[in-house]
Design a protein around this ligand. Structure first.
Ligand SMILES: Cc1cc2nc3c(=O)[nH]c(=O)nc-3n(C[C@H](O)[C@H](O)[C@H](O)COP(=O)(O)OP(=O)(O)OC[C@H]3O[C@@H](n4cnc5c(N)ncnc54)[C@H](O)[C@@H]3O)c2cc1C
Length: 470
């Protein structure tokens, strides 16, 4: 244990009598300690919670101690991986935060094409390590996001259409259970737990290490194509015809954006609202040009076609500068099967009303490789959805919290009747138990039974919660 932590430990012990933290090796920070303000903060600046203790774990043994401590002291327990969760599920008022950010070892096995990743890693660290071997595993679209939360909720991004969700590439996980036991979960060991971890979020235990399958992906052909925002409906209508016919190597999410005010974007476009596609093609340049052409042919000349070869980690981190820690975030989401004309019209109405320049709407493709997996094979039940939509209101200024929330809510509520019913749990706010249940569909009841087996007391409840079956 580090020096400043000793006092914190003493205070925690004074407040809550337990022996669980006696051998804690990491850093413990309590209210009033230097560093508390920094330690309690998560990525979403709108979240302002005051935990009793932030325990920065040095390893799986510390995680087990922290879990035992929270259980014995009957304190609310939050698990923090990358701290990116929009609803702020990596922290909790008046409880314990187990911060995994120091558990970040990465071990690439290029021959087996696997990578073992510490439970507190961010995706940028993993992408860089695997890229050294010309390999990659699917994650999201922002490199600062945590491996832990993103993976356990499902994990969708640039490589989803070609290689599947992050959970579809998960080989095994080391998990500290609610009773403090450390187990290895895979298809052969604790198969029910392994099933539930793949989409069920942080409900079943603390993952201290993930093992992922790797793909031979080094350079991708990526970047945006933007059209004037007034063409939003036209571009979306063309995109919904184009994408299902495109090979799975060719992914591109539809977006309403404001062109960022800096390089690499041309100055005349800075701060101009636009619609378009952000591409990621895993083939060569000729294949990418060929596969993107049908969309370009169907539409007027774009404002910008900024597509080029780039190392996979460069595409993965392309938005990191626009979205630093501390902005205010309010987002809503839905799974989508089809985009009928009425939905296109609503998008064309709400998209251009983005209230701040960082606010955005994305439609991520989840057809292709994710649909090779049956709905009952993992906890992620929406294998028949073709898109995951997110309506993200974002701004650095707390004065704009109401505006970003109203736009995001209004947009999602208008489109919801055209959705598949549930939403990607990683892109939800605190929307209540019915919404969580809807997001797991037919898999929900089995999830509650696995929860009863592995966490009957619902210790892990600071998440999109799945209560144990009675
Ligand atoms: C800017 C931004 C971009 C994003 N882009 C994408 C994207 O492209 N694709 C995508 O799929 N999602 C994306 N997300 C959503 C993201 O997947 C979720 O916010 C996710 O919860 C973040 O994981 P985290 O570890 O950083 O979060 P945290 O806030 O640390 O944790 C969130 C939840 O996960 C649980 N958790 C985290 N780590 C562990 C662990 N090791 N063991 C057990 N439970 C754990 C916690 O209990 C908590 O409930 C993005 C989010 C942001 C803010």
């Amino acid at each position: 244990m580090l020096r400043g932590a000793a006092a914190a430990y003493g205070r925690a012990m004074a407040t809550h009598s337990t022996s669980a933290l006696t051998d804690f090796r990491g850093v413990m920070i309590e209210r009033g300690d230097p560093g508390y303000e920094l330690a309690r903060r998560v990525y979403n600046g709108m979240i302002d919670r005051q935990p009793t203790l932030v325990a920065q774990c040095a390893g799986a043994d510390d995680v087990a101690r922290g879990v035992a401590y929270a259980r014995e002291a009957a304190l609310p327990l939050a698990i923090r991986g990358g701290g990116h969760n929009g609803a702020g599920l990596g922290t909790v008022d008046d409880g314990v935060v187990l911060d995994l950010s120091a558990i970040r070892g990465i071990d690439v096995d290029p021959r087996a094409r696997t990578v073992r990743v510490g439970g507190g890693c961010t995706w940028g660290e993993v992408d860089r390590a695997t890229h050294e071997h010309g390999l990659a595993t699917p994650s999201g679209i922002i490199a600062t996001t945590g491996v832990g939360g993103l993976t356990l909720g499902g994990g969708l991004g640039h490589l989803t259409r070609s290689c599947g969700l992050a959970i579809d590439n998960l080989v095994s996980a080391d998990v500290v259970l609610a009773n403090g036991e450390l187990v290895h979960a895979s298809a052969d060991e604790h198969p029910d737990l392994f099933w539930a971890l793949r989409g069920g979020g942080g409900n079943f235990g603390v993952v201290t290490a993930f093992e992922f399958r790797l793909h031979e992906i080094d350079t991708v052909i990526g970047g945006p194509t933007f059209w004037p925002i007034e063409l939003g409906g036209t571009v979306l209508a063309a995109y919904r015809e184009f994408l299902p016919a495109a090979p799975r190597e060719c992914s591109g999410f539809f977006a309403f954006v404001t062109v960022p005010p800096g390089p690499p974007f041309p100055e005349p476009l800075h701060m101009r609202k636009a619609c378009g596609v952000v591409w990621c093609h895993t083939g060569d340049e000729a294949a990418a040009a060929r596969d993107m052409q049908p969309l370009l042919d169907a539409l007027p000349e774009p404002l910008l076609h900024g597509v080029q070869p780039m190392p996979h980690p460069v595409l993965q981190s392309a938005f990191d500068g626009v979205y630093p820690k501390g902005d205010q975030w309010y987002w809503r989401a839905d799974f989508v099967k089809d985009i009928p004309d009425a939905a296109v019209d609503l998008h064309a109405r709400f998209g251009p009303e983005m209230p701040t320049w960082k606010s955005t709407m994305h439609l991520y493709p989840i057809d292709g490789a994710p649909q090779d997996v049956a709905p009952e094979d993992t906890a992620w039940g929406y294998r028949d959805a073709n898109y995951s939509s997110v309506f993200a209101g974002v701004d650095p200024d707390p004065a704009n919290v109401d505006a970003i929330g109203e736009w995001s809510r209004g947009y999602q509520e208008a489109l919801h009747p055209y959705s598949a019913g549930g939403a990607y749990v990683n892109m939800m706010m605190d929307e209540g138990p019915d919404r969580v249940r809807a997001s797991y569909g037919a898999n929900y009841d089995r999830l509650t039974r696995v929860k009863r087996e592995y966490d009957p007391g619902n210790l892990f409840r600071v998440n999109q919660n799945i209560p144990p079956a009675r």
